[in-house]
Design a protein around this ligand. Structure first.
Ligand code: SAM
Ligand code: SF4
Length: 395
């Protein structure tokens, strides 16, 4: 199936790189979501972060793990179309090395782990990594963010291996627009993937939608409408200026803030009302449609906003990131990071890292110390521009 996707992308690429006119005035069909159930999660804000500050390792609740920088899509806001310098395979952390980092995280009380990328499912035998991490004592919640295109093949094996939750990215519900945004992918594969995920027993998948003015800003109400009858969560992510992307040069033109997204939803479906922040929405502010049917009852599902640009949430940030090549990163935007690969492979450390890690007697101790070093890099408020795109860091 991967080959089919790759081939189809190549075939349509050239025709579809006329991005902007294509995005306007496409009729959007609302799609019925499968029924989802409730879920528990670790990724809600940690109250400790407001007491200790985000630079205290005790405030960290989740580690986002990028397993690859590669992807079977080329979303216009995430990647350049070509001339991508993929990481050499030997530089990627092996599954055993990732598990060693996870063990170090668990020693700090971090219990939530999200697999991401690039597209995590293009890495060979991802269920094997899930099974490995599931076996690490102290791993409480294992989740994954995916573009969904390979989920129909992998949903059941992932569930069997012990994955708890899934987030699927979907920026439009229109097939042509989807093909344009992803530079060639077929939205039917994503819907098939979501159906397979529900059939495999994943309850309550979240949908991530990156909001982009002039690209999908006529669809927010349609996305929000999905939450009227389904216990699903749709999260609108403010577009962030990260690295080299096709839309990078027109960032200001494409950016749309939470207030504007929300106004469009409320104009069509009435007011939003705050929802409990108890079910795994990470940095998102979460709402429900207050009375979308006019019967005095709120919508079943939730609507989240991840507004890193208009409302940076750095002071309560509860996460660290592990890149595919083994940098432990403090923030998506700012480059404060610690190189873990030399520690894992017994290679010489940079002098600064060496000094920071002190006299660790083992790889496990050095990794443990590296977490404390990394969290100290967390910024007060992140900078405006991130030098590496999301797919390289692990979104
Ligand atoms: N390939 C998987 C996917 O698309 O879900 C996982 C990796 S992707 C980098 C993780 C999330 O980051 C996706 O929801 C994607 O839409 C989002 N993303 C990527 N680049 C972004 C940007 N510049 N601003 C905001 N969100 C972005
Ligand atoms: Fe790939 Fe996800 Fe980036 Fe799209 S957003 S190019 S699917 S990594």
């Amino acid at each position: 199936m991967r080959h089919i996707l790759r081939r189809s992308r190549k075939r349509v690429n050239r025709r579809l790189v006329r991005p902007i006119p294509l995005f306007y005035n496409v009729a959007v069909t609302a799609v019925a979501l499968p029924v989802f159930g409730p879920v528990e999660s670790l990724s809600a804000p940690n109250p400790l972060a407001s007491e200790t500050g985000p630079r205290d390792i005790r405030a960290v609740r989740t580690l986002r793990i990028s397993v690859t920088d590669r992807c079977n899509f080329r979303c216009v806001y995430c990647m350049p179309e070509e001339k991508i310098d993929w990481l050499p395979r030997e530089t990627l952390l092996s599954y055993e090395e990732i598990a060693a980092v996870v063990r170090a995280a668990v020693r700090h009380g971090i219990g939530g782990f999200k697999l991401t990328g690039g597209e995590p499912l293009v890495r060979h035998d991802l269920p094997a990594l899930v099974a490995l991490l599931r076996g690490v004592p102290g791993v409480r919640e294992l989740s994954m963010t995916t573009n969904g295109a390979l989920l129909d093949e992998y949903a059941a094996p992932l569930k069997a291996a012990g994955l708890d939750r899934l987030t699927v990215s979907l920026d439009t519900m229109d097939p042509d627009r989807f093909r344009a945004i992803t530079r060639g992918a077929d939205i039917r594969r994503v819907w098939a993937g979501i159906r397979a995920a529900v059939a495999a027993g994943f309850r309550h998948p979240k949908i991530n939608c990156v909001a982009m003015r002039g690209i999908n800003d006529d669809e927010y109400a349609a996305f929000a409408r999905l939450t009227i009858d389904h216990d699903a969560t749709v999260r609108f992510i403010e577009y962030m200026p990260l690295g080299r992307t096709a839309l990078g040069g027109e960032y200001e033109q494409r950016f749309i803030a939470e207030t504007d997204i929300r106004a469009r939803i409320e104009a069509a479906l009435g007011p939003l009302t705050p929802a409990d922040h108890d079910a795994g929405h990470g940095p998102a502010c979460v709402f429900r449609l207050a009375d979308p049917r006019g019967d005095g009852h709120p919508g079943r599902g939730r609507i989240g906003f991840i507004s890193a640009m208009s409302k940076p949430f750095c002071s309560t940030c509860n996460r660290l990131r592990l890149t595919a090549e083994g940098q432990l990163r403090s923030c998506l935007f700012d480059g404060g990071e610690v190189e873990l690969r030399p520690i894992l492979r017994g290679e010489p450390l940079r002098p600064a890292t060496h000094d920071a890690l002190g006299d660790s007697n083992s790889i496990a101790d050095a990794l443990h110390a590296a977490f404390i070093r990394c969290v100290a890099f967390k910024p007060e408020v992140h900078g405006y521009y991130g030098n590496r795109q999301m797919s390289q860091i692990g979104g």
